[in-house]
Design a protein around this ligand. Structure first.
Ligand code: LER
Ligand code: MN
Length: 276
């Protein structure tokens, strides 16, 4: 299948040690991503106001890159906000943070991603109440993203990071319960490798719901440096006629440039290039 490739860039010092290929130097990362042949970058910014949109537009255009998506996780990492927090003021600040990221990303035709901002039930909020809070937030923010003609991306995470949705199927149950149709799922192969019984089968079952992919190996190293069998996963993406980005969200192992290069090698190995 043809691929729309992307690579992650973190601009959040507090997220150091996290699964992002490039770090801190947005311009340098864009240059390298472009040199290696990526179509787009996925940015993890410290907040909605910390990247100048005019400068970003110039930078992306100069390198022939698109913006694939923008992460919202700094709301959790930096400010300890999440959508199911027991305190309503914290929940509402979490929504404000994500809404502002949607407003930043939307004009680039890029969706915002809700990963760690989904929080977890437990500490003062029972599972049903937390599910209700999350659904309400996805309704509102999903509809808000419509203003830009982009979806909102919701990411099931492994059990050590959330108990809201750990699998593609659990994510689909949430999506089906919503009245908005503007929320899609992020299939992160690292989380899926922990939680799914069968990765290609989970992807096939996610037809129509999966809108973004984090492409990474079992140990969260770049594709090819762990034990995930990528060929049947790519075949499953092809079978469901997946049209979204395949984005490298992996540790910068052994270093950012090598991680990006290794991912590009895997993309060339597994995906057809239409010469686009
Ligand atoms: C973010 O995309 C993700 O996968 C989570 O594990 C938060 O780091
Ligand atoms: Mn991810």
């Amino acid at each position: 299948m043809a691929i729309r490739s992307a690579v992650t860039i973190s601009l959040v010092p507090e997220a150091r040690g996290g699964p992002f290929v490039f770090w801190d130097d947005l311009a340098g990362a864009c240059r390298k991503a472009s040199e290696l042949g990526f179509d787009a970058v996925e940015i993890f910014p410290p907040g909605p106001d910390e990247v100048d949109p005019v400068a970003l537009r110039t930078l992306l255009a100069g390198h022939g890159l698109a913006l694939a998506a923008v992460g919202t996780g700094a709301g959790w990492v930096k400010h300890r906000l999440n959508l199911v927090h027991p305190e309503s003021s914290v929940r509402s600040r979490a929504r404000d943070f994500i809404r502002a990221i949607i407003d930043f990303a939307g004009p680039f035709q890029a969706p915002a991603i809700i990963g760690s901002m989904q929080g977890r039930s437990g500490d003062g909020v029972d599972a049903a109440t937390a599910a209700g809070y999350l659904a309400d937030a996805l309704e509102e923010l999903g509809e808000h993203a419509k203003n830009y003609g982009v979806p909102l991306v919701y990411e099931p995470l492994n059990r050590y990071e959330t108990n809201m949705a750990n699998t593609v199927e659990a994510g689909m149950v949430i999506l089906r319960s919503l009245s908005t149709r503007n929320v899609v799922l992020l299939a992160d192969l690292f989380h899926m490798n922990i939680e799914e019984a069968n990765l290609p089968a989970a992807i096939r079952a996610g037809r129509g719901a999966i809108g973004h992919v984090h492409f990474v190996d079992s140990n969260r190293r770049p594709a090819g440096l762990g034990h995930i069998d990528f060929a049947p996963i790519v075949a499953a993406l092809e079978e469901i006629e997946y049209q979204g980005y395949v984005s490298a969200e992996a540790f910068p192992y052994p270093d950012p440039d090598s991680a990006a290069e290794r991912t590009m090698q895997a993309f060339r190995q597994y995906f057809r290039n239409d010469g686009a």
